[in-house]
Write a protein that binds this ligand. Structure first.
Ligand code: NOJ
Ligand code: NOJ
Length: 477
């Protein structure tokens, strides 16, 4: 029955104009198989069709993202997580979502009107920093449209928020006028970084707001914030802060190393409350390394991260029906973590694949590929990354172990080609499940493939843009 529903999705897609434009067409009564044929080989036509799609969806995402900043009826600088005000109500500014979205906006600093939006964002975040909240700390997760703190029960604090906010504000500082940096950004950035340096080893809620402990995602973004923060503090004549930030960022690095369990980087240690994930698997590890970048260990191309990407894919591949019903040449639809029961409206149901998780997986692949190329070093297959490469090259991992892909050789180029193709497949999965007008919600149903959860999720658009920029060879900083 479910397979039929999936066929139906494709059947519908194949009938519509937009998908005709994307190269999916319907000829006879078996729409599903026609779609499948379209994806049979990764030929030039398919790559070109995907190029067009990515360019088009980049524009759609950018415009949709902008519509969610300063929406009518909100305080200036309000970044709605989604325009949806009920079922679910996401009409709040989450510190994390806003920081991740505005990081992508900073990357487009020279576009019309963007500087003004960024200044609005900063002003409202400074207001949030001094607003009294239930948490009474900088880790308050979400704020109302009038700028006041949300006062319902919630998982708080969430200390990735101030770290991500500091990263975004430091990126903005690099592009801003000295006066604005000194008067406005420096105090706000130091407030967040001092807080992070203080609380990093205290358990808090994770980015998905359900689990309390020490989280690899939170530590990754904290480390990036403090590494950048040390440089920022030196530039602004504060050697004391620079030394503290460096010292703490080193401690975080050491701590992060203990998250490797021999198979993947685990999501949480020192679990102190809330949801517990026995698998230890969570896509947030990849979101963290994408955001943290190459100089914060472990980078996307590292053994541990490729192994984690493989472990995640293996688990979601089996979990979501869409993955077995999909046209073969689409990439695996990726969710948050295997134990997820949040369906976009309530917990205690069944979790689904998420757009930002699937885009995050693609971005890790693109970033790893860029790292191999810029490092100009050889890629060596061993027991840790073997299963990842086995999946990528459709070979027995054991047979690959010991293989070296020397930089600059045809084999290396072929490997890069395979990685890019695999990453593109995740993007094709997004294309396949998005609404026909290109809008992206939070999730898509694990059986039918249709969108569900908050509509027009701002973070979904930001994550698509971020993946697409990595695909274009210019990842967001
Ligand atoms: C909303 C949270 O943001 C989401 O991550 C969570 O799964 C649900 N509430 C259920 O707690
Ligand atoms: C639920 C997600 O789990 C959380 O990470 C996010 O901040 C909120 N929704 C708002 O988008």
């Amino acid at each position: 029955m479910f397979r039929n529903q999936v066929k139906w999705k494709c059947f519908l897609a194949c009938h519509t104009q937009v998908d005709v434009k994307y190269g999916l067409y319907y000829v006879s009564g078996t729409g599903y198989y026609h779609c499948q044929n379209h994806y049979d080989t990764y030929d030039d036509d398919r790559r070109l069709a995907l190029n067009d799609y990515v360019q088009q969806e980049l524009d759609i995402s950018w415009n949709a993202l902008l519509r969610n900043i300063n929406p009518p009826g909100s305080m200036r600088g309000f970044v709605a997580a989604s325009p949806s005000t009920s079922y679910p109500d996401y009409f709040y500014t989450w510190t994390r979502d806003a920081a991740l979205v505005m990081r992508v906006v900073v990357d487009n600093y020279n576009e019309d009107g963007v500087k003004r939006l960024l200044h609005d964002y900063v002003a409202s975040e400074i207001y949030h920093q001094v607003t009294s909240t239930l948490c009474d700390c900088l880790g308050e997760p979400k704020f109302n449209k009038d700028g006041s703190g949300y006062d319902g029960s919630w998982g708080r604090p969430q200390n990735d928020g101030p770290a991500s906010r500091a990263i975004t504000m430091m990126l903005l500082a690099e592009k801003s006028h000295e006066n604005y940096v000194k008067k406005t950004l420096v105090p706000a950035i130091f407030a967040d970084l001092d807080y992070v340096a203080d609380v990093w080893s205290t358990p808090c809620f994770d980015l998905f707001e359900e689990s309390e402990g020490l989280h690899s995602y939170t530590l990754l973004v904290m480390r990036r914030a403090l590494v950048d923060g040390a440089r920022f503090a030196s530039q602004h004549s504060d050697p004391g802060r620079a030394a503290t930030y460096t010292r703490v960022s080193e401690k975080i690095r050491e701590r992060l190393e203990t998250f490797w369990d021999g198979d993947h980087v685990v999501v949480t240690q020192e679990h102190t409350g809330g949801l517990y994930k026995p698998s230890g698997l969570d896509v947030s590890v990849l979101l963290g390394v994408n955001q943290a970048g190459t100089y914060v260990a472990p980078p996307p191309c590292s053994l541990a991260i490729l192994a984690t990407a493989h472990a995640l894919e293996k688990s979601f591949e089996r979990l979501y029906h869409v993955n077995s019903a999909h046209p073969d040449q689409l990439g695996t639809a990726i969710g948050r973590y295997p134990e997820d029961t949040y369906d976009g409206y309530r917990s205690g149901s069944e979790g689904n694949p998420w757009f930002l998780a699937t885009a995050g997986m693609a971005e890790t692949y693109y970033r790893a590929t860029l790292e191999w190329q810029s490092d100009q070093s050889s890629v060596v297959v061993n027991a840790i990354n073997g299963p990842f490469f086995g999946r990528l090259l459709a070979q027995e991992p054991e047979k690959l172990i010991g293989t070296t892909f020397h930089y600059g050789t045809p084999d290396f180029e072929a490997l890069v080609g395979k990685m890019t193709e695999a990453a593109d497949r995740f993007m094709a999965t997004i294309q396949y499940h998005q609404r026909l007008n290109g809008s992206l919600s939070e999730q898509f149903n694990r059986y039918t493939g249709f969108e569900q959860g908050a509509r027009d999720l701002t973070w979904s658009y930001a994550s698509f843009i971020s993946a697409a920029k990595a695909r274009n060879g210019r990842p967001v900083k």
